[in-house]
Design a protein around this ligand. Sequence first.
Ligand code: NDP
Length: 244
Amino acid sequence: MSTKPLIVITGASSGFGAKTAQLFNSKGFPLLLLARRTEKIKELPLNFDNVLIENVDVTNKEELQKAITKAEAIHGPTDLLVNNAGIMLLGNILDQDEEEWQKMLQTNVIGVLNGMKAVLGHMIERNHGTIINVSSIAGFKAFLDHAAYAASKFGVHGLTETIRQEVADSHVRVSLISPGAAETELLTHVTNEQSFNDYVSWKESMGGLTLDPQKVAESIFFIYEMPQEVTIREISIAATKQQA
Ligand code: NDP
């Protein structure tokens, strides 16, 4: 058993979550890594000695709670939860299938609330613990074709700041990271061809210099490594060439 505390990361199978998992793993933290495609987590370049991997859909609060309880029985209480799992499905309000709205709101908002609820009670009891929610620049400003995604990420901003205030007196930290466009699998799930192409053209306007996911992982680590009495409330981070 590691002497370091347990870190839980949702959406660890690709993108920011995978990079964050690798960074904390390289520093010797025991990890609980969650996603639906667990086979992808198993392919990451990790030292698997203190790594638990569970197939969890964050919209299923029982599944999520069960995985966390199992990891805590081995490694002790969760000291950091990175609520990173999310999806972005772009489209114009008139064309986008409402099921895509539901999927985003369920995953990006209810998934984050499920994660917070699963760990907050014990964190408050211990007067210790940190939650970092991954939002987006689309969580505080609008972009065309992002209506339901923006609704979900503005939601993450609202719930994070509310809960931060609610638990501040317990010395539990709640933080937000809002990245700009980065090269991950996020865009690959977009079904609307026009929205997909517009996003790709927009990214190309950055001359291939979109945000490196590694920098998001490093920012998450930076928030965590501050002393417990210091909360970085929010980091907004994007490629220098991202104008909007
Ligand atoms: P990826 O698509 O590369 O990663 C998303 C991760 O979320 C995957 O590991 C995926 O795993 C997981 N996930 C999605 N839905 C669920 C679910 N229902 N249950 C469990 N896990 C789920 O994208 P990113 O790394 O870019 O995205 C990470 C976060 O960053 C998201 O919240 C996204 O909105 C946000 N973000 C991304 C930006 C970007 O440009 N890339 C910019 C701003 C914010 P699996 O499919 O295996 O379940």
